[in-house]
Design a protein. Structure first.
Length: 280
């Protein structure tokens, strides 16, 4: 990990930025993550999944300004959407709490957006990126799923299942993510989109909406403490089903002539305090 920089010094622009950190028993990892978030990030939201360790207390100790949100159902997907709903900044960044995604890379995601992208997709396999965490099995699965999406949706994703991404907040309502107000199924199952398939759902919807997507090379470190919540087979199946149902949805929507994405009116960069390359 590199030393955190002041984000706006690094990128020379000043859109506001919210960071959403889903957390399930990450007390021991938070000291390596929260202090590394660039100090000029405007809002940090921790979404707790009912941690049984001291995650929330530790987070408040490390970053008193942190906003804590409690998710409405279970799963990383539901946690992220609950966090997105609480965001108030121009840009939303998704950051893991286990030490694998480096907060010092946030300015690069923001720069991709201010340079004109509508969705900045982290990639461990773009030039300059790598992973110290991915197993051979997961790499194989990720490559296969990335290929399937690229063929079916005409995309060029090099790393479909990576969770480090950022987007302009105006994109959020267009993504149509699962309603956080719905009740959890009585049988204990996870609602569709509430699990680790969330990244695929977001990426594929960004592609279907024909958003301008830029890949950002990212270095994934190994989880520092604790165990992964992801199961390659169970979650791989959920991702595969998501790809198929999104492909069907895309074709159904195409037949019914979709509304174009309502992009915000271009705004004078100076008005937003930008000194370069505003993308709004
Ligand atoms: N709130 C909440 N956070 C979750 C949940 N599941 C996972 N997370 C968080 O989401 C992030 C990614 O989860 P990980 O368990 O690290 O999954 P992964 O990164 O795919 O797996 P590894 O690479 O092995 O670490 C971490 O910050 C977790 O604490 C959940 O159900 N609720
Ligand atoms: Mg992880």
């Amino acid at each position: 990990m590199t030393k955190p920089s002041t984000m706006h010094d690094a990128i020379g622009t000043s859109p506001t930025v919210s960071v959403v950190v889903p957390c399930l028993n990450e007390e021991r990892n938070l000291p390596y993550v929260l202090p590394r978030i660039p100090p000029d990030v405007n809002q940090v939201i921790l979404v707790d999944g009912g941690s049984s360790d001291g995650t929330v207390a530790r987070a408040r100790e490390l970053l008193p300004s942190i906003e804590v949100v409690h998710q409405t159902r279970r799963g990383k997907g539901n946690a992220l959407v609950c966090g997105f709903d609480a965001c108030t900044s121009d840009i939303i960044v998704m950051l893991d709490a286990d030490g694998s995604t480096d907060p010092a890379e946030i300015p690069r995601f923001v720069r991709a957006l201010t340079d004109g992208a509508e969705f900045a997709k982290g990639s461990r396999f773009a030039a300059g990126g790598r992973s110290e965490d991915i197993t051979r099995l997961r790499r194989l699965g990720n490559d296969g799923l990335s290929l399937a999406v690229n063929v079916l949706f005409g995309t060029k994703f090099s790393d479909l299942c990576y969770g480090y991404n950022a987007f302009w907040r105006w994109v959020l309502p267009h993504l149509g993510l699962p309603d956080t107000g719905l009740r959890a199924p009585a049988d204990g199952q996870m609602l569709w989109g509430d699990g680790f398939e969330i990244e695929t759902l977001i990426n594929v919807r960004a592609a279907s909406l024909e958003l301008n997507v830029a890949e950002v090379a990212s270095v994934e470190a190994a989880r520092l403490h604790g165990v992964s919540n992801l199961s390659a087979f169970r979650d791989g199946r959920r991702v595969s089903r998501t790809i198929i149902s999104e492909w069907r949805r895309k074709h159904a929507v195409a037949k019914s002539q979709p509304e174009p994405v309502g992009r915000p009116e271009p705004v004078d960069a100076a008005e937003l305090g930008f000194s370069a390359g505003g993308a709004l």
